[in-house]
Design a protein around this ligand. Sequence first.
Ligand SMILES: Nc1nc2c(ncn2[C@@H]2O[C@H](COP(=O)(O)OP(=O)(O)OP(=O)(O)O)[C@@H](O)[C@H]2O)c(=O)[nH]1
Ligand SMILES: [Mg+2]
Length: 241
Amino acid sequence: MKEDVKSGGAEENEEEVVEKIDYVFKVVVVGDSAVGKTQILSRFAKNEFCFDSKSTIGVEFQTRTVTIQGKLIKAQIWDTAGQERYRAITSAYYRGALGAMLVYDITKRQSFDHVARWVEDLRAHADSSIVIMLIGNKADLTDSRAVPTEDAVEFAEEQGLFFSETSALNGDNVESAFIRLLEEVHGMMVSKKALGYCNEGKTRAEAEGDVLMLKGSRINVILGDELEMSELKKASSCSSC
Ligand SMILES: Nc1nc2c(ncn2[C@@H]2O[C@H](COP(=O)(O)OP(=O)(O)OP(=O)(O)O)[C@@H](O)[C@H]2O)c(=O)[nH]1
Ligand SMILES: [Mg+2]
């Protein structure tokens, strides 16, 4: 089991901000093998993409610190292996996750057909209030699309998920999808605290320590309108842009 701790914060120097962090949010990235989970995380945490990406074994995590509504939030993002044989191990890591990126490949119908199973898995092993963002990755491969956007929108609506199409390769929508997920988790935290104060007369510390009880049912679609086919990098090693 590899637990690879890396500081990916693009904006802030982790050592300088460590004392000031308001929240640490655990997020898991799940979905079938080869849909691009590792590369999406790599793009968000380090602004890198690797063409010769190796299949993940077990779990690894990376972090990035961002500011949301004036709060310094450290996202601890767990990248899980999509291969079936690691399923029992990886689902053990869902515990305590406040957010999930559920990734499929827009060019592989099967990876979308399996999304319902991943949702079930998340709801069974993570907290029931987990915020889930459905991600259709590899949106740069427009000619090979096998999953119409409408199918994913419909599924997301039914299941109360957020939805976005991304490209880890050219970076389109990756940042906005992660930030949106973290904003929603933060919003839940704030609502929960308000409820905690109003309904239960709790102290701030007690309210903050509770498990989130609100459940999101909205859908927010970040579609590929803005997706542009940027210049595709042909390099065979990791690259940043
Ligand atoms: N064209 C394109 N290729 C991508 C994109 N994201 C990932 N890939 C490629 O898809 C392959 C699989 O990517 P990974 O990130 O390793 O997939 P994974 O979901 O982490 O797979 P497991 O670790 O086995 O679960 C690699 O060859 C990547 O280069 C993308 O947005 N566009
Ligand atoms: Mg991987």
